[in-house]
Design a protein around this ligand. Structure first.
Ligand code: BG6
Length: 481
């Protein structure tokens, strides 16, 4: 795709995104408790095995596995250096998350942990020093393990109360410092990764249907309570939902496949956003719940709460599209990523099997805006790739620049299509631990971090070619791509 001459609005929010568990490290410092991310092993094979293990014990097994999230890229100690680099690129915003276990180590305490609160005070102050606005995800794949083990994760209604306590603690503390919030990272991904999204593994049919959708109901209630508190405490702040969005294409024009793609799209892409944006359960879910014998325990005021406290914007991640067919052979299946689907013959894939589809981003932006008519925010997008440090120390990641350029062009087109887009935070603006494969070698950053899958590395930071490219993109407000 070539350069296009459309323009971004003047106030467009350019930046980058990370998550606490994938960047901070310091996993047991500052009185932090153990989170789900802390018990996930490193390496694609081991992580996939654990993520699908119905009997996963949520324990650390140092004799068996490595745990890259424990040190991650040590943002916990190096945040000043990293934020200075973000500022050098001209970031207007920085998306990060707060680790729930730094604030409430076990999740069910009555009082927050001052050391944890203090840590994020320093981060926000450092960002503001450079005029960078933080965008904070309240829960990014890391609920306290204690809530998993003693309460059964989000299937238990009590967790809503614990989450509300956590939310009130951070809202009261940071109300003068944070204007953009999001509730649950990729809330819909709990359907494919329940261990990280919902805090339990699927052991049987009852877990797969009844417990899963009850857990979702609890997250929706928790999300509405957060929206309510945010609007009451911070009238000038905005709070969004956050979904994983991958448009679903039908493999062909066979109506059976088209219908299947529609059903997949509704359940995976839209169900959560329909509740969080439109404030009620969508009609198509009634049939789904009934056919799967799911009876939701909905308390008296829940539905009013969902209706009255809907989100201000939709944050979403976009990496790829997905192509679906009702009946697929093993050979047809798209390889390498955790979503199902078949190979799309028109698309190339990344080294991890994620199909690269910039037009799919334009389709997504249009579909989402047509459906919801509220502002959108692309809070994750990027290319996970192997990078090579040349002998002269340079890192020439032209493949990443090409990927980003094509997606930014698609954003420009969508703005001309009429989509209201608040901003763009590229994922893993600094290399970090991959969420689905627990690797350092799957790099997304503009900034290289000298840290490797085997655990070695000095943690030194280095600017890649894309660093200078993105700096130009921001300084020209997307004109020079
Ligand atoms: C999203 C998550 O799923 O995609 C991030 O919100 C994650 O946490 C990102 O890192 C990329 O996925 P991966 O598996 O390449 O890290």
């Amino acid at each position: 795709m070539g350069q296009n001459n459309h323009k971004f609005p003047k106030e467009f929010l350019w930046g980058g995104a990370t998550a606490a568990n994938q960047a901070e490290g310091g996993y047991s410092e500052g009185n932090k408790g153990k989170s789900i991310a802390d018990v996930l092993p490193g390496g694609k094979k081991n992580r996939h095995k654990v993520l699908q293990d119905p009997h996963f014990d949520f324990e650390i097994h140092l004799d068996q596995y490595s745990y890259p999230n424990h040190e991650a890229i040590d943002f916990y100690h190096r945040y000043k250096e990293d934020i200075a680099l973000f500022s050098e690129m001209g970031f207007k915003v920085f998306r990060m998350s707060i680790a729930w276990t730094r604030i409430f180590p076990n999740g069910d305490e009555l009082e927050p942990n001052e050391e944890g609160l203090d840590f994020y005070d320093h981060i926000f102050d450092e960002l503001h020093k450079y005029g960078i606005e933080p965008i904070v995800t309240i829960s990014h794949y890391e609920m306290p393990v204690h809530l998993v083990k003693h309460y059964g994760g989000w299937r238990n209604r009590q967790v809503v109360t614990f989450f509300e306590r956590y939310v009130n603690a951070i809202f009261n503390r940071y109300k003068g410092k944070v204007k953009y919030w999001m509730t649950f990272n990729e809330i819909n991904s709990g359907l494919i990764m329940p261990i990280v999204g919902l805090g339990f593994s699927i052991q049987n049919e009852e877990d797969k249907y009844q417990a899963t959708f009850q857990a979702y109901h609890h997250q929706f209630v928790a999300s509405s309570l957060a929206v309510k508190a945010c609007h009451e405490l911070m009238p000038n702040a905005k709070i969004g939902c956050m979904i994983l969005y991958a448009p679903v294409y039908s493999y062909d024009s066979n109506p059976e496949n088209v219908m299947y793609a529609l059903q997949e799209e509704r359940l995976f892409n839209y169900f959560c956003a329909d509740v969080q944006v439109r404030g009620k359960y969508p009609a198509y879910m009634k049939r789904y719940l009934k056919e799967n014998n799911i009876e939701l325990d909905i308390q008296d005021d829940d539905l009013d709460l969902l209706k009255e406290h809907t989100v201000d914007y939709i944050g979403f991640s976009y990496y790829m599209s997905r192509t679906e067919k009702k009946v697929k052979t093993p050979e047809e299946k798209a390889q390498g990523n955790i979503m199902s689907g078949v190979k799309n013959p028109f698309l190339k894939a990344s080294d991890w099997g994620w199909e690269i589809d910039p037009i799919g981003l334009r389709i997504s932006l249009n579909e989402l805006y047509d459906r919801y008519q509220i502002p959108l925010f692309i809070v994750e997008n990027g290319l996970g790739a192997y990078d090579k440090v040349e002998e002269d120390g340079s890192i020439n990641d032209d493949y990443r620049i090409d990927y980003l350029r094509d997606h930014i062009n698609a954003m420009k087109d969508s703005i001309v299509d009429g989509v209201e887009l608040l901003g763009y935070t590229s994922w893993g603006c600094i290399d970090l631990v991959s969420a689905t494969s627990g690797e350092f070698s799957k790099r997304y950053g503009f900034i290289y971090v000298d840290k490797h899958d085997v655990g070695s590395g000095t943690l030194a930071r280095k600017k890649k070619k894309s660093f200078y490219w993105y700096k130009d993109v921001i300084s020209t407000n997307g004109e020079k791509l």
